[in-house]
Design a protein around this ligand. Structure first.
Ligand code: GRF
Length: 187
């Protein structure tokens, strides 16, 4: 049995998509959905899906001990699905090449500090990019710099708004993220 914990800070549509994808896989269990935000919609989704959830404050995340202990027991892999905090170093050290993040752009472009959510799509629009996409990568100590596992592209049209771009990117995420997780954890 491969155990997966998902960390998410927001809506959690990717977390839900991943949970559905693995729901009939007897070898994989989503053990926990963890969030740093008490009011994150992902926690509602966890309840509906019947998946354990827990909230860690930013301070608790930094102190690491409880979270690390929980993850050591409950997770073989950690999936970051719209998780906005930096993962504490102890956790990164305890899970080498076992933490997978999705970034809503084609890294190394549009990555790094402050580049998350709509900030990314607004920047794509402002810079009149003709394409964007997703990057699925391992997490290391440096934000958005871990080894890339998979990228997929989508076209950006001149008339696309930042919201249109976000929608296109989300579609790519739903289509590819669960499959890439599966391929990575079964390796
Ligand atoms: C996704 O676009 C993901 O790439 C980014 O945050 C967004 C999360 O969306 N890191 P959701 O919470 O899964 O709906």
């Amino acid at each position: 049995m491969i155990k997966i914990a998902i960390l998410a800070s927001g809506s959690g549509s990717n977390a839900e998509n991943i949970a559905h994808y693995f729901s009939d896989d007897k070898n994989v269990k989503i053990t926990y959905i963890l969030s740093n935000k008490r009011d994150a919609f992902v926690l509602e989704r966890a309840k509906k899906l019947g998946i354990n959830s827990q909230v860690f404050s930013n301070k608790e995340m930094k102190e690491q001990v409880d979270l690390l202990n929980l993850l050591k027991v409950e997770a073989d892999f950690i999936i970051l699905a719209g998780f906005l905090l930096k993962v504490p170093e102890n956790i990164i050290e305890a899970f080498p090449n076992k933490i997978i993040n999705i970034h809503p752009a084609l890294l190394p472009n549009y990555g790094g500090k402050g580049m998350y959510g709509m900030h990314v799509h607004n920047a794509i629009k402002e810079n009149k990019e003709t394409e964007t996409g997703i990057t699925i990568h391992f997490v290391n100590e440096n934000y958005d710099e871990g080894a890339i596992i998979y990228q997929a592209k989508t076209e950006v049209l001149p008339e696309d708004t930042a919201e249109d771009i976000a929608k296109k990117v989300h579609q790519l995420e739903y289509e590819h993220f669960p499959r890439v997780i599966k391929e990575t954890i079964y390796k």
